[in-house]
Design a binder for this molecule. Structure first.
Ligand code: UT7
Length: 322
């Protein structure tokens, strides 16, 4: 069995915060942010827009795109580092809001790599026959864990949600199959202090704020992202030339360009949203997939490569025939 992506959806909060607006509040400039990151604006959730609220909107849009009813879904995985509550899982709230009473729903925490980890997990459930149809959601309200006085982090992130519907279907076991063809996920907990949130229920009993050594994360990202994709290329015998669409995690335009160059993927085959969304952590890949699917860039039968790297460190990639 293979797991196919049969629908995509997304949701972005209406409120847009431009670099110029940030520059009125903190010591930064549009020029610095654009030059160092490629980010021009980001969306910020309204008070009532919690992660489950925006994740639900993306899930509904993905179901509509798939032409499926909610009761066909028996697995919901929400990748998020900004859940509504410590528990229950955001996924169970979305499950209830969709009116689903069966199957399983759980959250998965791998920060910016969360969507790749969640897609890899759903693929295992679907390909093994343990589930028939899944919604995999990346949803984040990072605006709530940002220190808005810290210019080195608050200019980088945004809020949003993206979702895909995945369905099990038979394949031949060859690279010509539709569906998820390869996944690789990795973690290395030695780097916790490079990117973390300085609070939590089990330590400070507070939520805390995001802290990052940007330069260090940047350095690791370029190396680790190329490494995870090279594993996929070695396993499949494919190369950068074979990839129709590269849909990377959207953290920084410079990281995206450097990784595409290392992998031999022309920039015209890279889906970029970081200029308009900023870094939406686990939501960035499904947001980009939904955009490129909706506007007709990604077509059925094409090879799509996704990758991400984030706090932990965690990193990973997946190769999908659309
Ligand atoms: O998705 C999770 C993974 N996260 C990432 O992938 C983020 C990876 N890191 C990055 O994207 C980059 O490292 C940043 C965009 C965060 C920073 O870019 P950089 O080129 O590494 O800049 P830097 O941290 O070396 O800072 C250069 C200068 C510093 O000033 P001095 O020490 O040279 O005087 C900073 O204080 O820029 C200053 N600076 C700023 N200036 C204006 C830092 N933030 C800002 C700011 N506006 N917002």
């Amino acid at each position: 069995m293979r797991s196919h992506i049969v629908g995509c959806g997304s949701y972005l909060p209406a409120r847009i915060v431009t670099n110029a607006e940030l520059a009125e509040r903190i010591d930064t400039s549009d020029e610095w942010i654009v030059q160092r990151t490629g980010i021009r604006q980001r969306h910020v959730a309204a008070d009532h827009e919690t992660t489950s609220v925006i994740g639900l909107k993306a899930a509904r849009a993905a179901l509509a795109d798939a032409g499926m009813e909610a009761d066909e879904i028996d697995l919901i995985i929400v990748a998020t580092a900004t859940p509504d509550h410590t528990f229950p899982a955001t996924a169970t709230q979305i499950q209830a809001a969709l009116g689903i009473e069966g199957g399983a729903a759980f959250d998965l925490q791998a920060v910016c790599s969360g969507f790749v980890f969640a897609l890899a997990t759903a693929d295992k459930f679907l390909a093994s026959g343990a589930a028939k149809a899944a919604i995999v959601i990346g949803a984040e309200t990072f605006s709530r864990i940002l220190d808005w006085e810290d210019r080195t982090t608050c200019v980088l992130f945004g809020d949003g949600a993206g979702a895909v519907v995945m369905k099990a279907a038979p394949g031949d076991g060859t690279l010509a199959d539709r569906g998820v063809l390869a996944t690789h996920i990795r973690s290395d907990g030695r780097y916790t202090d490079k990117l973390y949130v300085d609070g939590g229920p089990g330590s400070t009993k507070t939520v805390g704020f995001l802290r990052m050594e940007g330069k260090e994360v940047f350095r690791h990202a370029v190396v680790k992202l190329a490494e995870t994709v090279r594993h996929t290329f070695e396993e499949t015998g494919l190369s950068g030339d074979d990839i129709d669409w590269f849909v990377p995690h959207q953290a920084n335009r410079r990281i995206i360009d450097a990784t595409a160059d290392k992998l031999g993927i022309g920039h015209e085959r890279v889906v970029v949203t970081v200029d308009r969304h900023g870094n939406t952590s686990a939501a960035s890949i499904p947001l980009a997939l939904a955009e490129a699917h909706a506007d007709g860039r990604i077509k059925r039968g094409q090879l799509v490569l996704i990758e991400a790297m984030g706090g932990g460190f965690t990193w990973g990639s997946a190769l999908i025939r659309w």
